[in-house]
Every structure is written in structure tokens, then in C-alpha cells.
Design a protein around this ligand. Structure first.
Ligand code: FHN
Length: 449
């Protein structure tokens, strides 16, 4: 409950802002009269919770080098060279339709694009700096094109935005590397000026390219960023678009790569963000695992591609834990999503065409994930995803509801026995699926979340 209070109080800041209370960084944390109720929060999160599966996209001029976005600047790629890649970035084969077609074929319901990563390069037509897409040979606002195509095809469009910026001199780059351009002589780095720059970006993204489904913040972990600034930024973004969803990396509450929000303060952010790992079973606070389909976030030639089985297992264990899966692709320097990555995504989509009712708009549980697999539920149906059969029979803990029917998803009967001590499920090996055998249990009453 306390975790929900955290997000509610952060929203209270927003409502104060919306009611004319101007919150500067120093004022963040004011408690205006109204708080977002549980019902309002649940209503705002509903489309996102129901979506369950989405595309993450890490892209920028660094794809020319095949090294990691942001992190390879000043390491595998000298800063000077990295910061000038945009002058030869010309993704002539970029097609927003191709990317959205692939996301749809994969069964993905929203898309999160790195509008600005740690390297400071802006993928949209921003008026704040020439370090953007319109100053490349390509001269096109790819954020605008993708947003329009997502709208046309019914996929929710969202942007990732890095709070830390190793290119902008006002970000106190003493934390890492040197800025991509120099401040005027005698002018010291000024974080308040950088926050104004960042807020202008967010206004451009939301007002000129939105509405956005999510503002996916990242890069909150370095010293210059503070809890108060995080609360202020959350309130600012919600004031621009009250129904937008914001992850927990806007503030300082994230506990490392496990992504769960700490409870020692009331931190801003609507959901937790485990990274490169399936989050733990958690139903009290929304969460989303972000994971690469290869090994690198940005494009890397001949990178290791996850198998279909790995992808399905990750998806099932994530949704079985009551989380969303944000699966990342890194498009190529010519603008295409690599054909073998696109093919893998199509294969996941084919699996979802058959099994999607056990994923979309479900909640995790009632059986917690284990070596055997995971479970999801919706209304009075439980979907038992058996990934590893322990033998002829799978034994699960008892539940309060009575099982009144059972079958394989869209298939033959499954032998299910229920006592007060356990539930046992048997499926002949000939009827089992190679990756995930989904057993549907019909109950005499819905499962309570
Ligand atoms: O440093 C970034 C990394 O490049 C990538 O964007 C991931 C995915 O969200 N987030 C940060 C690492 O935690």
C-alpha cells in the first residue's frame, strides 16, 4: 500500500501544479489538497497493464559504429568522432511503416523510442540544439513519422528520454567525459539551465509529437540529479499531459537493475523497471522488464540473437509475475530493423496469435512462477503455462475457487484433480507443446488480484 501512496503523493504534486501552484525544483514535494485516487490511478494504467508486450528501440548515429549507444562515446569511439557521426548518419531505408508493421506482427501493443539517449543526440526536430536529426543528411523528424504511423496502426507511441546528458555542458559532465560543445568562456555548467533545456525537449515531444503513452525516463542515477528534481519533473510532465504514464526512473527511487522503487521516501514514478532480468512476482505495484532481443541495446553486427524459446519463456515469466515485457531492437544504420530480428519478432507474434488470450489483459498468478512455468488469470479463467514438466504430473498449491472445467488452450481436455491440499495437472506428452503448454482452468469465481 505504501508503494501506491508514493505514486499518489507524487501525483498530488502534479495536481497542485495543475491548480496553478508553480513548482520549481526547490518547491517539489508540496502536498496540494487532492491526490489521485486508486481508481484514477488504475484507470490511467489500464491500457498499459492490458498491453503486456511492447517494442523498445535504441537507435541513433552510433549505429554507424555498431557500438553501444552512449556508453561507447569516449571508449570504443573517441568523443570527437562519436559527436560528429550525425554528419554522415543517413538511414535512407528508414520506414516508420516497416517498423510499426514489425511491431504489430510481433503482437506488441506499444513502442518506446530513444528520443534522446545519454549521448545527447535528438531524434526529433528540436529548436534547442542543432545536434538533431534535421542536421543529418537524412533531414527527417523520425519521432514525428513514427508517432504518426503508430497512431495510424493503433499502436501506442512513447519516448525514452535520458536525464543524464554526456554531451550537454550544463549537465555537470565532470561526472563522466567532456561535453560535446563548449560553454562560452567564463560560463560554468548550470544544472538549472540544463533542466530548462530538458523541459523544453519534453514539451516539444509531448505537445508537438504527442500525446505520448509513456515518458520512459532513464539516466537518473548520477549525482547531479536529485529526488526533488525528480518529483518536480514528474509533476511537470503530468502537467503537460495528465494521462501520461511515467516510469520510476524520473526520480531517485529505483534500486539498481532490479528496478523496484525503494520505500524510504515517497518517490515519483508510476511503475518499476527491472532491466535485463525478469522482475520478481509483484502485484501491488505495476512493473515492466526491459530486455534486449540481442545482447546490445543499440545495433551490433552479428550480435547474439535470443531464440524463440528464450523470448517466449521471458514473456511468460514476466507476465506470470504480473509485469509487462519491453523487448528491445537496435535498428541498423541504414534504417532497417535487421531481418533476422524482424523474423524472430514475427515468430513471437505467431505464438501470440495462438496463445494471446493467456497474455493480453491478464494479471499474474494465482500460482507464483517456478521452474515449472508461470500462471496468469483473467475473470474466472486461470492459464497455467507449463514450460518444464516435472514428470507425468504437475502439482500446484491449492486455491479457494473450485475448478469447474479444464482444457488445453484451444485443444483437448487436460486431466486436472483438485483437493484442499493441491491441484494436479496431467497432459499426455503427445498433447504437450514444445515451448509452453497452456492449461486453462475454469473456476466457479474470479481470481482476486
Ligand atoms: O544506460 C542505459 C542503457 O544504455 C539502456 O538505455 C538501458 C535500457 O533502459 N538503460 C540504461 C542502463 O540501465
Amino acid at each position: 500500500m505504501q508503494s501506491l501512496t508514493r505514486s499518489l503523493s507524487a501525483v498530488a504534486i502534479l495536481i497542485g501544479l495543475a491548480s496553478g501552484v508553480v513548482i520549481g525544483a526547490e518547491q517539489a514535494g508540496q502536498q496540494p489538497s487532492k491526490k489521485e485516487t486508486q481508481e484514477q490511478f488504475d484507470a490511467r494504467m489500464k491500457w498499459w497493464r492490458d498491453a503486456r508486450f511492447a517494442m523498445f528501440i535504441h537507435w541513433g548515429p552510433v549505429s554507424l559504429k555498431g557500438t553501444e549507444i552512449g556508453w561507447s562515446r569516449g571508449k570504443q569511439v573517441p568523443e570527437e568522432e562519436y559527436d560528429n557521426l550525425y554528419k554522415r548518419f543517413n538511414p535512407e531505408k528508414f520506414s516508420a511503416k516497416q517498423w510499426v508493421d514489425i511491431a504489430k506482427a510481433a503482437g506488441m501493443k506499444y513502442m518506446v523510442l530513444t528520443a534522446k539517449h545519454h549521448d545527447g543526440f535528438c531524434l526529433w526536430d528540436t529548436k534547442t540544439t542543432s545536434y538533431n536529426m534535421m542536421h543529418t543528411p537524412f533531414k527527417r523528424d523520425v519521432v514525428k513519422e513514427l508517432a504518426a504511423e503508430c497512431k495510424r496502426q493503433g499502436i501506442v507511441f512513447a519516448t525514452y528520454y535520458s536525464i543524464l546528458d554526456w554531451y550537454h555542458p550544463d549537465y555537470n559532465v565532470s561526472v563522466r567525459g567532456r561535453p560535446g560543445y563548449k560553454l562560452p568562456a567564463g560560463q560554468a555548467p548550470d544544472l538549472d539551465r540544463y533542466v530548462k533545456y530538458m523541459k523544453t525537449h519534453l514539451r516539444e515531444l509531448i505537445k508537438d509529437h504527442g500525446p505520448l503513452g509513456i515518458l520512459w525516463f532513464d539516466g537518473e542515477w548520477e549525482k547531479p540529479w536529485t529526488h526533488r528534481r525528480g518529483q518536480d519533473l514528474y509533476a511537470y510532465v503530468r502537467s503537460l499531459q495528465p494521462d501520461i504514464i511515467i516510469n520510476n526512473r524520473v526520480d531517485k527511487g529505483r534500486s539498481g537493475m532490479a528496478g523496484v522503487t525503494k520505500t524510504d521516501e515517497e518517490y515519483a514514478g508510476d511503475y518499476d523497471t527491472p532491466e535485463q532480468q525478469v522482475g520478481k512476482f509483484q502485484t501491488g505495484r505495476p512493473w515492466e522488464t526491459c530486455m534486449t532481443i540481442c545482447s546490445q541495446w543499440a545495433w551490433k553486427p552479428n550480435d547474439k540473437l535470443k531464440s524463440l524459446e528464450e523470448c517466449i519463456r521471458i514473456l511468460v515469466n514476466t507476465v506470470g509475475g504480473d509485469g509487462n515485457l519491453l523487448l528491445n531492437v537496435g535498428p541498423m544504420p541504414d534504417g532497417r530493423i535487421e531481418p533476422r530480428q524482424a523474423q524472430r519478432l514475427r515468430e513471437i507474434g505467431q505464438w501470440l496469435e495462438k496463445n494471446g488470450q493467456s497474455i493480453y489483459a491478464t494479471r499474474g498468478g494465482p500460482f507464483k512462477p517456478g521452474k515449472w512455468g508461470a500462471s496468469t488469470h483473467k475473470d474466472n479463467k486461470v492459464y497455467v503455462h507449463v514450460l518444464n514438466w516435472p514428470g507425468d504430473t504437475l502439482a500446484l498449491p491449492p486455491i479457494a475457487q473450485k475448478i469447474v472445467g479444464s482444457s488445453l488452450l484451444g485443444g483437448p481436455k487436460a486431466a486436472v484433480k483438485q483437493t484442499d491440499q493441491e491441484i494436479t495437472i496431467s497432459v499426455p506428452t503427445s498433447d504437450r507443446e514444445p515451448i509452453d503448454t497452456v492449461v486453462v482452468l475454469e473456476l466457479d469465481a474470479p481470481v482476486r488480484n
